[in-house]
Design a protein around this ligand. Structure first.
Ligand SMILES: [Zn+2]
Length: 292
């Protein structure tokens, strides 16, 4: 049975090959060669990298709410609402997510889907209708969210791989290693048809223009991929890593960028999938085809 894992990484574009401004050019990870001329080669585990437009044909800097809606719904959301919208989904974007979320489309086809990240009860109570595009997309499919208790049961992961972020905020959750998170995510992928994982620290490092933090994140992300990919059955699973807009690949500015974003694809039918993706709003339709 075909499976898809979507690794959503916030705020990662394809930048210049300049070690002073692009931490990916400085680090030169074979998994994340997100600098000019670095993405012509194949990725470890026979992956391919497709430069992907994130602007939806609209002027201005691409933003998170519209970009994530495009990624998780397969629609040119910025065109639909007339501009790029930052932060969490606006009321108009919430309507689009509720109607077009990939989770909802999969539910309608009788397939199973999950968002692997653990969320706290406080998160839902504090934000109400203002939850993230990822959490809302999952809710639109009627699938139950994974909560902090699931971390104790090794049945969910955190966006930082280690749960340090939650522990620093005073939540009683276990500390994970990156290897443990990779193992847990591989098991979750095995249990469903479609799994979404969200990595958000890259956008924050980009806004802070923090080069050292950015290098650490690249190291963590490549370690995670190196541990995760061998544990997946890539004969039946397609893994897609993509982003909503550029940011961390150019630390000379604290804003997002209009750069293409990387879409990295591994596993089942990866060449065929790659041929269908030129813009972020084409990722959901491609996932649906892979799962048909
Ligand atoms: Zn941002």
């Amino acid at each position: 049975m075909a499976k898809v894992l979507l690794l959503f990484c916030d705020g990662i574009g394809l930048g210049m090959d300049e070690a002073a401004s692009n931490p990916f050019a400085k680090f030169r990870s074979p998994y994340l060669p997100f600098y000019q001329n670095g993405y012509d080669t194949s990725l470890p585990h026979d992956g391919i990298l497709i430069p992907t437009a994130a602007d939806m044909g609209m002027p201005g800097l691409p933003q998170s709410a519209t970009g994530q809606t495009a990624l998780f719904c397969g629609v040119a959301s910025a065109q639909m609402v007339g501009r790029h919208i930052s932060g969490f989904p606006s009321p108009s974007l919430r309507k689009i997510i509720d109607a077009h979320s990939i989770f909802r489309k999969l539910r309608d086809k009788g397939r199973t889907a999950t968002f692997a990240n653990a969320l706290s009860q406080d998160y839902f109570e504090r934000l109400g209708e203002r939850i993230s595009a990822t959490a809302r997309a999952q809710r639109a499919g009627g699938f139950a969210p994974r909560m902090l208790d699931d971390l104790h049961r090794f049945n969910a992961v955190s966006h930082d791989f280690t749960n340090s972020f939650l522990r620093k905020r005073g939540y009683n959750v276990p500390q994970f290693t990156i290897a443990q998170s990779a193992e847990i995510l591989a098991r979750i992928v095995d249990e469903v048809d479609f799994c979404l994982f969200e990595f958000i620290l890259s956008d924050q490092a980009g806004h802070k223009q923090d080069f050292e933090v950015a290098l650490g994140l690249i190291d963590n992300l490549q370690n995670f991929l190196a541990q995760l990919l061998p544990q997946l059955d890539l004969q039946q699973t397609t893994v897609i890593l993509s982003s909503d807009h550029g940011n961390m690949e150019d630390l000379s500015v604290k804003t997002h960028t209009r750069n293409f974003v990387p879409t990295c694809i591994w596993g089942r039918n990866h060449h065929q999938a790659a041929s269908q993706i030129a813009a972020i709003e084409q990722i959901t339709p491609t996932i649906l085809k892979l799962l048909d």
